[in-house]
Design a binder for this molecule. Sequence first.
Ligand code: NAP
Length: 308
Amino acid sequence: MEKERVIIIGSGPAGLTAALYAARAQLNPVVIVGNQLGGQISITSEVENYPGFPEPGLTGPELVELMQRQAERFGARLEYDEVVAVDFNSGSPFYVKTHHQEYLADAVIVTAGASPRRLGVPGEEEFIGRGVSYCATCDGFFFRGKNVLVVGGGDSAVEEGLFLTKFANTVSIIHRRDELRAGPALQQRAYNNEKIAFIWDTVVTEVIGNGMVTAVEISNLKTGQTVQLPADGVFIYVGHYPNSQFLEGQLAMDEHGYVITDEKMRTSVPGVFAAGEIQDPIYRQIATSVGQGCAAAMQCEKWLSERE
Ligand code: NAP
């Protein structure tokens, strides 16, 4: 087993930024990419609020590619593999095991991000890929001329609902309250879009189909009325959970599984840092993840040089 200086677990904006800074600090970082290069931005249709890109049309995958190229230019090495276990309790050098390899590293930066939360209703799992989707960018094209539903009232639901109007005939956004959580600019665009309708105070209680999704059962929380609503697709945007299962017993976490860090991105284990959505349940923006990844790499470099 070769010993690495720094291993970065995850390749979203936090991970790729940490890689850029660690590479420029001559630490030859190894990035274990995870199941999706770029993490959640790779499934984002359009990025409108990352500074430096004033023209419309920048897609998530394009931004990922730019970040990757920049990190690699300074010597970051990307491994297309997934971490399955770590041992941080024994101290540095830290043990990291992936599907295909075992590593030791003087320091680790955890940027494993978050994943879309499931609704947890009957039929949801069964129809994933057959009408149920968590990614409009990936699957929107298959719904040309169809009628789709979006579940959720946050930025993701409204933004991806707007994206789906490029393909779908109608987009109905089902929200459990009568007020959106999404920001005012997105809200306004949705209200102005004639393809979008809103179904308020309502939850989905079942996804129904026959090979493919044909309908959902919805329930109005105010009236208690339950009806079946025909639909060709259901896009679910009801928040996220941190990808921290492989860290259980290794790092201190809050009750929702977010890794606890201090203002220097230090975790409960000296030499292990964390950045991005794995430790941030509040902001979860590309810009904040980039800043946290930068800070984690700078603190990591400082920790390594003070130790030597
Ligand atoms: P979010 O802000 O947590 O919103 C989740 C939505 O799902 C909420 O409207 C919530 O309803 C609803 N919900 C949660 N559990 C539900 C359930 N079991 N059944 C039905 N509805 C449920 O998640 P997000 O929209 O994915 O956004 C995550 C973060 O990324 C946010 O900080 C957001 O600002 C950011 N983001 C930003 C942009 C942008 O700036 N353009 C784009 C995408 C995401 P309630 O409202 O009633 O809680």
